[in-house]
Design a protein around this ligand. Structure first.
Ligand code: DOR
Ligand code: ZN
Length: 348
């Protein structure tokens, strides 16, 4: 196959940042995806519906002329998010979920939730109103090995939560382990997962063997080949519980190439092409469209997109960097070749 036409996909997990950084990265996403679930981990975080509306307006203002792209906003849950705020969020029509960052789990998560049980009233209101919870699924205990934090989270937080609030719709974001894919497959109705391209294509060897690669450091951290294969199996299975979420997370070069670097892989420049690489390598290209373009909107109760994009199998070299305000970002595959590229007529 040398050309692949897909219903235009959506990105169900994306970091767009703000200001000049936002303006720098948004065109990459808007050229490929019609909509994206926009993460609220700005500094300060997006914790109210009013803040989400203002952020949404800044995103729309930053779009290139003529681009059509709909940001789907989320609220950042804190220990103080009230049931009344959930009602405002749902009534706004622009907020499509609330993001749970366990406090300290990742970039800009210090204002996150310290004890989920204290939020049960808020979560129950979300369940009543059908507002989904997007979960960063890692425990934060310093004594838990970083490679075990997702599996530990399933046992100690997520499984009890899914039982405690039976109608809450939950997206287990960026799953990275066989344990997570198995949990999602067997979970009750209303539980789904997003899968990133890096967790489909890479293992921790890419990060650590033969030299440390700061641009491949993300959270949850890359795992083992057994885990990667389980994610490939899930993504290509045709099970509608698994859908696309890039978790593209730009950081300025100097904050990655440093003694204590930030977590996040920038992938928006090839946000659909990278999945084509992964699905092709698995012999599953015909399964890409449903994963990228059907299962996400179906789960979120939104219409599927009506237009299409095309990918062509024409190798291209990813630039060494992209402008990022006054800085630069180093994209995943910088200076290397990707086999699939977006056909020129697919941009919007
Ligand atoms: O690698 C990551 N980067 N993981 C996250 O959970 C957050 C993200 C970011 O915002 O940079
Ligand atoms: Zn993320």
């Amino acid at each position: 196959m040398t050309r692949l036409t897909l219903t235009r996909p959506d990105d169900w997990h994306l970091h767009l940042r703000d200001s000049a950084a936002l303006a720098a990265v948004l065109p990459h996403t808007a050229a490929r995806f019609a909509r994206a679930i926009v993460m609220p981990n700005l500094k300060p975080p997006v914790t109210t519906t009013d803040q989400a509306a203002a952020y949404r307006a800044r995103i729309l203002a930053a779009l290139p002329t003529g681009a059509r792209f709909e940001p789907l906003m989320t609220l950042y849950l804190t220990d103080r998010t009230s049931a009344a705020e959930i009602e405002r969020a749902k009534a706004s029509g622009i907020v499509h979920g609330c993001k749970l960052y366990p406090a300290g789990a990742t970039t800009h998560s210090d204002a996150g939730v310290t004890d989920l049980r204290k939020l049960d009233d808020t979560l129950a209101r979300m369940a009543d109103l059908g507002l989904p919870l997007q979960v960063h699924g890692e425990v934060t205990d310093a004594e838990v090995d970083i490679f075990d934090r997702e599996a530990r989270f399933i046992d100690t937080v997520l499984a009890p939560l899914v039982d405690r609030i039976p109608r809450l719709r939950v997206v287990f974001e960026h799953i990275t382990t066989r344990a997570a894919s198995e949990f999602v497959r067997a979970a009750r109705d209303g539980v789904a997962a997003t899968i990133t391209p890096q967790h489909l294509l890479l293992t921790r060897n890419a990060l650590l063997a033969g030299g440390i690669r700061p641009h491949l450091y993300c959270l949850p951290i890359l795992k083992t080949e057994i885990d990667r294969r389980a994610l490939i199996e899930a993504a290509t299975s045709g099970n509608p519980r698994y859908f696309l979420g890039t978790d593209s997370a730009p950081h300025a070069r100097h904050t990655k190439e440093t003694a204590c670097g930030c977590a996040g892989i920038y992938s928006a420049h090839a946000g659909i092409e990278l999945y084509a690489e992964a699905f092709e390598a698995a012999g599953a290209l015909p399964k890409l469209e449903a994963f990228a373009s059907h299962f996400g909107p179906d789960w979120y109760g939104l219409p599927r997109n009506r237009d299409a994009i095309a990918l062509v199998k024409t190798p291209w070299t990813v630039p060494a960097d992209y402008p990022f305000g006054a800085d630069t970002i180093v994209p995943w595959f910088a200076g290397e070749s990707l086999r699939w590229q977006l056909a020129a007529e697919s941009g919007q």
